[in-house]
Design a protein around this ligand. Sequence first.
Ligand SMILES: *Cc1c(COP(=O)(O)O)cnc(C)c1O
Length: 350
Amino acid sequence: MADSFNLLSLVRPNLRDLKPYRSARDDFKEGMLLDANENPYEPFGENETTGLNRYPDPHFTALRDAISSYRNVKPEHIFLGNGSDEAIDLLIRLVCEPGKDALMITPPTYGMYKVSADIHNVTIVKSTLKPDFSLDKSDILEKSKDVKIIFLCSPNNPTSNSFDSEELNEILNNVNCLVVVDEAYIDFSSKASLTPLLDSYPNLVILQTLSKAFGLAGIRLGMAFGSEEIIQYLMKIKPPYNINALTQQIALNAFKSVDKVAERISSILESRKKLESELAELPSVLKIHPSDANFLLVQFKDADGTYQKLAEKGIIVRNRSNQLHCEGCLRITVGTEEENSQLISTLKSL
Ligand SMILES: *Cc1c(COP(=O)(O)O)cnc(C)c1O
């Protein structure tokens, strides 16, 4: 473990003793609620849910408990954000002093870390992946001295591979900054989540989301798992009602159907396998990178041309060919069986 890890020394000085907003729902959630200047009447229109005239639970207790049972992580170790985007933003905001501090990313990777760093005027230190998309561990360890956070995405977007667990352990062991491991695609992965390591590493933060495997990108629910201390800070600096009532209700419902979610995941993985073998037979395809997620990074002879022609036919994929080590590559999400076969037949016709 990073023995000398000291969260307090990482946290921005102005946030160490922050007095958070005390919301009307912090103390009382039931009774005659005349404390929050809400409207006492239900809203107009047909709503599938009631109680929308009331502010949502700022501590999202019921949802936190459901996630706790499902992921086997104690509620005190769980923070919820308005998408992972908000968790990323708040983690940077918590420890990085604008115009002064730095964070590390490992390109090619998810674009939001850089955007969020840019918004906060935080310097970006890059440790590029090796051409086989693995981490450059010694480079990361060396550069870690200059940063407050390292963002690692595993399985990584857009490269679709997971990083070696041993290497992740070694990094966690040998740095004194926060290590944020983004597991947005973990439910599609053959590798296990790092959540069992939370007790061993006070510098570990794990991000997950309902946007991918749960099929709920529309409700915006991201999760951050970390030490109780980190989670308490995030709860203090978040907007008070960051998870709206509809999101809380729909997410709670989703955790009642986790068996069906598991079936969906299996079926998407089956489809990925099929799509992969069909793509491999196309003469326009040069390489399919091994995937541990619900998308494929595919190298084409003419990526730009293929991208354009697919778009003209109404099939939209992501052109990643200008990203490091991704020359000629398109990122293709595994769709429904019908979508996948339409994609293949369109590619054949080009
Ligand atoms: C899709 C994705 C997310 C999800 O972000 P949300 O804001 O939760 O929708 C997070 N990280 C990565 C790497 C992703 O690809």
